[in-house]
Design a protein around this ligand. Structure first.
Ligand code: HEC
Length: 212
């Protein structure tokens, strides 16, 4: 009798441990997923060589002190930057990051219009346009503050890329299926990425240096 109940207790304990372990694992996996790099597939050799060329031509446009800073970044940061670059087929020869950002905002607003009017086609097209936004002249790095061009700060870009571009692609897929509810859920996640990146890399926009 007694042994039996101990056994039951042990079984219960074991199943609790198993359940908690599963919950723990699920938590770790979901926490990882929001910043996972799953929308940035590993580059094949030819893509990598192509991206190295892009990096090189971007660097040729940089002033020597920025060139030096970029050269001293770790291999991992450079690989991350190239993976992000490889997700964008549109590059501008004259637009600045600020101009590109305004275009990104227009695309975001167009997604909202599409969802609000049950126009899943507009939402899907705009989301794909946002995900493949143009890159400004010289790439992203020249528009970051000098003190932000380091391995530590730039390591957050992969996560922001998944939040914005990754969720925009997921939104487009949901919209393709006509699933407005699911697509709408991604709006907040995309904006989380905009806000997080702004908090990391952008100060208050348009500050005046003529105020005391
Ligand atoms: C990779 C980081 C990053 C992400 C992600 C990002 N932004 Fe930006 N954004 C910046 C930086 C840096 C600037 C400042 C650029 C400058 O002034 O040269 C900026 C500026 C802007 C501006 C110009 C006006 C201003 O506030 O300075 C708008 C509009 C904007 N972002 C919208 C968005 C929207 C909408 C999203 C998400 C869909 C987004 N951004 C995602 C980094 C980012």
């Amino acid at each position: 009798m007694f042994t039996c109940s101990t056994k039951n207790f042990e079984i219960k304990l074991l199943s609790n441990i198993m359940r908690n372990a599963t919950i723990g694992m699920t938590l770790i996996l979901t926490a990882g997923a929001s910043y996972a790099n799953d929308n940035v597939p590993a580059m094949d050799k030819s893509t990598m060589m192509e991206m190295q060329k892009v990096m090189k031509s971007d660097m040729a446009l940089m002033k020597p002190d920025l060139q030096k800073q970029v050269k001293s970044l770790s291999k991992k940061t450079k690989m991350d930057m190239m993976k992000i670059l490889s997700q964008h087929s549109r590059r501008s020869k004259q637009l600045t990051l600020r101009q590109v950002m305004h275009e990104v905002l227009s695309d975001y607003q167009s997604i909202v219009s599409g969802l609000a009017t049950d126009n899943t086609e507009q939402a899907a097209d705009s989301a794909r346009r946002l995900a493949n936004h143009r890159l400004p002249v010289g790439g992203l790095i020249p528009y970051m503050a000098k003190e932000d061009v380091n391995d530590n700060k730039l390591s957050s870009l992969v996560g922001f890329n998944d939040l914005v571009e990754g969720n925009a692609k997921r939104l487009a897929e949901a919209a393709d299926k006509g699933n407005v509810n699911e697509a709408t859920n991604y709006l907040g996640k995309i904006m989380e990425g905009c806000v997080a990146c702004h908090q990391t890399f952008r100060g208050q926009p348009g500050l005046s240096n003529r105020l005391r």
